[in-house]
Design a protein around this ligand. Structure first.
Ligand SMILES: *Cc1c(COP(=O)(O)O)cnc(C)c1O
Length: 494
């Protein structure tokens, strides 16, 4: 019997009609919605079917528990609660105070943080709160008006330069995108790249690992205000003790964005030098990736930054989402349980098994393997772009996403990589034996796909040709595999 990591999977029907409590709850909710807009109820039900049938290897996705899902669907959604616990701009917030305090208390205890701010609506919002907090802590009297800037929306490049000058030309050093960093770590399409002068650090081309010596040299020369650690597509661990040493040496604030691996931190798989919380000045995260909560964000920090972080709303955030904070509190209560540790460990065991399965079949992996929840396949050895590989896998029932590899010759759109991650399938209960099967399916699809640059439709790099019948055969095997691990076993909408 597979180990179920769905923490709330109840074994038996528990009502007179033979239904589980969860089935009754979700069926009733859908009935109520169906009475107003049946197409929405149908779409919600259809999404459950899709999720159940998908072999989901998207490294940033997961399956939240029924308790987390249900905590979001209620009248907390009706409440305005700008401000912080006990200091609101609106009356009548005592119950919001309760859930926001619970979310913060659970977060502090799970992560061992001095302060937690549970309001950010997403990971990007959490980063904005953090950037603002660091700037307002470090920069005296930010002279927006003095710089002659009124309408932030209409800023030209010159205006941005003026604004940065008013902030003292603050600098940010973040991991480069193709090494696995995130857009919000100082890149142009994001506000962080406009607020800060940015420089990036990368990985050693020989090993694929973060090059701390190069990072230190760059930090000494560049003297950033903020060093951002954290990633979306780096398959190894980051040594946050070394990162903090470097930050201290150059007078920078160390910010760690643990959006992807927060679940591994909560589950005590990442400890010591690899646990960001004791080393960073400020930590941001999403709550919906490996942490397995509702879609949202959070900020953890030391006491010196707390008052600045708490100004997140209304400084950079709209009104908090009390229903989502309620669900964050539930998810963090789950993360405090011993089962969460075995789930977190199983994520990494599965990721390693998947990497080994791929390597032994001849695949090329960035850094040659993994130490966390994700694996980055360099599909150029199959003669494919990331886009071709992603499409061929999807046609074969395997959901992944394409991703750049370091120094990617195919750029950020076509890419040369496929990123896969194990949190979702681990929640579902799949183990290392299944990971080997999945490696076999992936290798079969990639080996059986060829680039077809001259196919009709022109020279699009997205064109590919799958061997006859391969997609159907693999999709069947993938469906059989997941069918053995029922998703949300307690929920029957039938
Ligand atoms: C996913 C991710 C984010 C963004 O999270 P959203 O909730 O989508 O805004 C930010 N930083 C990193 C490192 C991420 O992986």
């Amino acid at each position: 019997m597979a180990q179920q990591h769905d923490l709330t999977a109840p074994p038996a029907a528990d009502a007179a009609d033979g239904r589980t409590t969860e089935s009754t709850a979700f069926r009733s909710a859908l009935d109520v919605i169906r009475g107003v807009e049946p197409r929405v109820a149908d779409a919600i039900a259809a999404e459950l079917t899709d999720q159940r049938e998908m072999l989901k290897l998207i490294a940033s996705e997961n399956y939240a528990s029924p308790a987390v899902l249900l905590a979001m669907g209620n009248w907390f959604s009706d409440k305005y609660a700008e401000g912080t616990v006990g200091r609101r701009f609106y009356a009548g917030c005592r119950n919001v105070d309760t859930v926001e305090s619970l979310a913060a208390e659970h977060a502090k205890s799970v992560f061992g943080a001095a302060h937690a701010y549970a309001q950010p609506h997403s990971g990007i919002d959490a980063n904005l709160v953090a950037f603002w907090a660091v700037l307002s802590q470090r920069v005296e009297a930010p002279a927006l008006a003095e710089a002659g800037v009124r309408q932030v929306n209409d800023l030209s490049e010159q205006d941005w330069a003026k604004l940065r000058a008013a902030f003292g030309n603050q600098r940010m050093l973040g991991m480069s995108l193709d090494a696995g960093g995130h857009l919000t770590h100082g890149f142009r399409p994001n506000i962080s790249g406009k607020m800060f002068d940015q420089r990036s650090y990368g990985t050693d081309p020989r090993t694929g690992l973060v090059d701390y010596d190069a990072l230190r040299a760059s930090a000494r020369e560049f003297r950033p205000l903020i060093i951002v650690a954290g990633y979306s597509a780096y398959p190894r661990l980051v040594n946050f003790r070394i990162m903090r040493e470097i930050a201290d040496e150059v007078g920078a604030t160390l910010m760690v964005d643990m959006a992807h691996f927060a679940g591994l931190v909560a589950g005590k798989v990442l400890t010591g030098d690899f646990d960001p919380v004791p080393h960073a000045n400020i930590v941001t995260t999403t709550t919906h990736k490996s942490l397995r909560g509702p879609r949202g964000g959070m900020v953890l920090c030391d006491d010196t930054l707390a008052e600045h972080v708490d100004r997140g709303c209304p400084m950079v955030l709209g009104g908090p989402l009390p229903h989502v904070m309620a669900a964050k509190a539930v998810a963090l209560a789950e993360a405090a349980r011993p089962e969460f540790r075995s789930y977190a460990q199983a994520i990494v065991d599965n990721s390693r098994a998947l990497a080994e399965g791929l390597l032994k079949r001849g695949a090329k992996l960035v850094t040659g393997g993994t130490d966390n929840h994700l694996v980055l396949i360099d599909v150029s050895s199959y003669g494919l772009t990331g886009r071709q590989a992603e499409a061929a896998l999807l046609e074969s029932g395997i959901v992944t996403n394409r991703n750049s590899v370091p120094q990617d010759p195919n750029g950020a759109w076509y890419t040369s990589g496929i990123r896969i991650g194990t949190p979702a399938l681990t929640t579902r209960g799949l183990g290392t034996a299944e990971m080997d099967e999945i490696a076999d399916l992936i290798d079969a699809v990639l080996s059986g796909t060829s680039a077809a640059p001259a196919a009709k439709g022109g020279l699009s790099k997205a064109n590919y040709v799958l061997a006859d019948g391969l997609a159907e055969r693999i999709a069947g095997q993938a469906a059989d595999l997941v069918a053995g691990f029922p998703l949300y076993p307690a929920i029957d909408l039938g």
